[in-house]
Design a binder for this molecule. Structure first.
Ligand code: BG6
Length: 520
């Protein structure tokens, strides 16, 4: 007879505390804090394509305060009215039809033209902010949004500090920093130090727009709101993971930046490392900024250091040549506007990551990304181990491994591939899929900037990268950058636009007895 049956008293567990993020009634002030959004680099593409539509959607949905104000800052001369028209045009043009009408911009939209290094600009900015904040009513908060190249970020931050703009008399101030966050580990670390000399870490929001994507946030939910996946999410059951971000677009008009960046700085150091971290991280203690970010940092710390001298065992690079994408002839990278005719900038890369911890020892994460590939597809595929014993003889057909596929874009979905018997008198097996398309939920999928901007107004840093996280991500990719800079590629271009990437990438996986997934 067990002790319990014999009458020994059983001490019950205390009840679980309510989740730390319990819904409470929040004052209007906290729900929709009145803020002035100061956009540096306001005349640029990012403001028009991404920020303008996001603000217009938030305003339409009543998600931001009626007292929200925008101040654009850039070199291009605009009047306030012209800048408003510029934003409104962007909001109209870049609101997809599925999202309805964009909504009105906030009533207060101002614009200041000037050079980011000129003290006079900051005096005018101070006066503009004061005039906005002097309006009777509630306190004013300030969001400084740096949609600027990384080399100008320190100048702006320093000037904000010198002119005491980061310390409003009433309310808070926060700074949002767009990628690229520095050019390498050294400049990224320096930028962190410069930001922290004016702002505290809790005021710094380093944006990675992949974290704003619904399907990326759903990785948390899929893993930690379901009981069935987590027990299998480890080296005992998973053979390997493939993460792909394939783009069909080329470098477009961004060669000035891209020539110095290349695919590792542009995609791996940030978006792809985030996808890898969310897939590999341990469950955080709470769904809160520091708990989540601490777990991501642990993943980055567990990634095996790449040996610079043997980088070919770990990474493959590529650059697109001319080809056909979507039935249209397109030029090669070296023929693009402002690209050097002998450029050795990689536009494609595949990297094998080894995560040395208890959960992932021996499970490779193959990560690839490239421009001008045949399709625009981003996905995470978890390939499970094969069954240990083939029970059904050869005539039943080959048995394939199960694959859980998280399709990030464009046809957002989660699907599970498994083996099934084909109806009939003979036992034959075929792979089938169970599919959950996001469209089934009915709600339109927003661009990501809406959520991220709103989180900045609410002071929630969960979906933003912490300073140490950015530095660890740089540390991970630095040996690849160094090795490739030391030994320039001699075989570029090595894949035609509209294909899946260089042939060397196929051999890279074949060496491990595996194949890349076909992207469709
Ligand atoms: C940006 C990169 O961060 O992400 C671009 O600088 C890339 O080169 C883009 O095209 C991809 O984002 P998305 O959301 O289209 O997958």
């Amino acid at each position: 007879m067990s002790e319990a049956k014999a009458g020994a008293s059983v001490i019950p567990f205390p009840p679980e505390p309510a989740p730390r993020r319990a819904t409470v009634e929040v004052a209007e002030e906290l729900l929709r804090p009145p803020c002035t959004l100061v956009i540096f680099g306001a005349s640029g593409d990012l403001t028009r394509r991404l920020l303008a539509p996001a603000i217009a959607h938030l305003s339409r949905d009543g998600a931001i305060s009626a007292d929200f104000a925008i101040v654009g800052v850039a070199r291009t001369p605009y009047t306030d009215q012209e800048f408003r028209a510029y934003l409104a045009g962007g909001a109209r043009e870049f609101t997809p039809p599925t999202q309805g009408r964009p909504g009105e911009l906030p009533p207060v939209v101002r614009y200041l033209a000037g050079d980011f290094g000129d003290p006079d600009l900051y005096q005018r900015l101070g006066a503009t902010l004061q005039s906005i904040e002097a309006r009777p009513g509630r306190p004013r908060n300030r969001i400084f949004y740096l949609a600027t190249p990384p080399e100008t970020d320190p100048i702006i931050v320093e000037k904000l500090g010198e002119h005491s703009l980061a310390t409003p008399e009433r309310g808070w101030s926060r700074v949002v920093v767009e990628k690229p966050f520095g050019h390498d580990l050294e400049s990224g670390t320096k930028l962190n130090a410069e930001l922290r000399s004016v702002f505290e870490e809790r005021q710094i929001y380093r944006i990675d727009h992949y974290l704003g994507k619904e399907t990326v946030q759903n990785i948390f939910v899929l893993r930690f709101a379901n009981g069935i996946f987590e027990p299998l999410w480890n080296r005992r059951y998973i053979d390997h993971v493939q993460i792909t971000v394939a783009e069909s677009l080329g470098v477009e008009h961004r060669a000035g930046y891209y020539e110095h960046a290349g695919v590792i700085r542009d995609m791996f150091q940030n978006h792809l490392m985030q996808l890898l971290c969310l897939t590999a991280m341990e469950p955080p203690a709470a769904f809160e900024a520091d708990a989540v970010r601490a777990e991501k940092v642990k993943v980055l710390q567990s990634i095996r250091h790449f040996p610079e001298e043997a980088i070919d065992d770990w990474a493959v690079r590529g650059q697109y040549g001319p080809g056909v994408v979507g039935g249209r002839k397109v030029p090669g990278y070296r023929e693009e506007e402002k690209v050097a005719p002998d450029s050795t900038t990689p536009t494609w890369a595949a990297v094998k990551f080894a995560i040395d911890n208890w959960r992932w020892a021996g499970v490779p994460f193959y990560v690839r990304s490239g421009k001008r590939m045949e399709n625009r597809i981003s996905e995470i595929a978890i390939e499970f181990k094969r069954v240990p014993h083939a029970l059904f003889g050869k005539e039943a057909g080959d048995l394939n491994p199960n694959v859980l596929r998280l399709r990030i874009q464009p046809d957002e979905s989660v699907s599970l591939k498994f083996e099934a018997k084909i109806p009939g008198t003979v036992l034959q097996v075929e792979s089938v899929t169970m599919d959950f398309p996001y469209s089934q939920l009915g709600a339109p999928i927003q661009g990501g900037y809406e959520r991220l901007l709103l989180d900045v107004t609410h002071g929630d840093q969960t979906l933003f990268t912490r300073g140490d996280e950015v530095e660890h991500a740089w540390q991970v990719v630095t040996p690849i950058l160094k090795a490739w800079e030391k030994n320039s590629a001699t075989d570029f271009p090595n894949y035609a636009a509209g294909t899946h990437g260089p042939d060397a990438a196929d051999r890279f996986l074949e060496r491990d007895g595996r194949r890349w997934r076909t992207l469709r």
